[in-house]
Design a protein around this ligand. Structure first.
Ligand code: DOR
Ligand code: ZN
Length: 347
């Protein structure tokens, strides 16, 4: 039976939501990952340091006793973001980064940025103060095919921003295409990328396999096989630009299995296992620690976690639905399947 011992990993892209859902989902992330970059797309969104600080407190109240976990907060950029609040929030240790949602690109992005020029003063301040920009990399014009939105973002928004603000560090979140891989490589050192488990495991056929599969719908949507293969090569390469970010995105079952279902895959309960499956299949377990535990902190200028954790390749637990009191259930990735790779107790 194979086993792997690595420094404790971090998750550089999570959605925790709020209220009863937050209480239920935080423990899954906190038990495995030392830190997580927390997305700010709540209703209303987390747009300033004061709301981020109180959101951080609510997250901490959901961390199980005895578990060491640090949420790293992000600021939701709008056309009206105040650069000085962002800079102060960053200097005061509240904000780690700021997130660009192009308006109407995804869940709760209606307050997002309507034109990139509107936030040039904010980007200027971020470059000056070393605040990383995290991007949801899709353009949203109605005439652009949904499968081409990432490529459009790279050409129309990302490259112009990289050229205009040479001091700005950027993470292209949840890359889904070979063009994404390519652009990240071309700005090595200044640009990083997170890659989700679902984009490594599935191509777009998974959304339509035998019928419509709402739990395979996320944004950016799954892409063609050639893109999945490019992502697998990037993630398992060990290159410093690519790191773990699950984009775990809980939605109640009835909101996904609906006429207009929400986007998002709830992967937190099985995320580490899903990535390990990919690395094992690719014969790249020796490069897993770089992807899961080293590259992310290095990009953000943080030390890697000290603690070591061991995972053993054994089929040991069932991916189960999560009950949220009086609201319903959340269906996880690998719903109802046995999952390989268990965290060794006490390790
Ligand atoms: O699938 C997604 N779900 N993509 C996003 O960008 C947002 C996320 C969510 O918040 O549900
Ligand atoms: Zn996300």
């Amino acid at each position: 039976m194979r086993s792997i011992t690595i420094r404790r990993p971090d998750d550089w892209h999570v959605h925790f939501r709020d209220g009863a859902v937050l209480q239920q989902v935080v423990p899954f992330t906190a038990r495995v990952f030392g830190r997580a970059i927390v997305m700010p797309n709540l209703t209303p969104p987390v747009t300033n340091a004061a709301t981020a600080a109180s959101y951080r407190d609510r997250i901490m109240s959901a961390v199980p006793t005895g578990v060491a976990f640090t949420p790293l907060m992000t600021c939701y950029l709008t056309d009206d973001t105040d650069p000085s609040d962002l800079v102060r929030g960053h200097a005061g240790g509240v904000f780690t980064a700021a997130k660009l949602y192009p308006a109407h690109a995804t869940t709760n992005s209606q307050h997002g940025v309507t034109a990139i020029e509107k936030i040039y003063p904010v980007l200027e301040a971020m470059a000056e103060h070393g605040i990383p920009l995290l991007t949801h990399g899709e353009i949203t014009r109605a005439e652009v095919d949904i499968f081409d939105r990432e490529k459009g973002f790279i050409d129309e928004v990302l490259i112009p921003v990289m050229e205009r603000f040479p001091g700005l560090k950027v993470v292209m979140e949840h890359i889904t295409t070979k063009q994404g891989v390519q652009v990240v490589r071309s700005y090595r050192g200044r640009m990083g990328a997170t890659i989700t488990p679902q984009h490594l495991l599935y191509n777009r056929n998974a959304i339509f396999q035998g019928g419509l599969r709402p739990h395979m719908y996320c944004l950016p949507v799954l892409k063609r096989e050639e893109h999945r293969l490019a992502l697998r090569a990037a993630a398992t390469s060990g290159e410093a630009s690519f790191f773990l970010g699950t984009d775990t995105a809980p939605h109640l079952q009835h909101l996904k299995e609906a006429a207009c279902g929400c986007a998002g895959v709830f992967s937190a309960p099985v995320a580490l296992q899903a990535y390990l499956k990919v690395f094992a299949e690719e014969g790249a377990l020796d490069r897993f620690e770089a992807f899961a535990s080293l590259n992310g902190p290095a990009f953000y200028g943080l030390p890697p976690n000290e603690e070591k954790v061991t995972f053993v390749e054994a089929s040991t637990f069932l991916a189960e639905r999560v009950r949220v009191e009086s609201e319903g259930e959340i269906v996880p990735l690998f719903d109802g399947e046995m999952v390989d790779w268990a965290q060794a107790r006490g390790a």
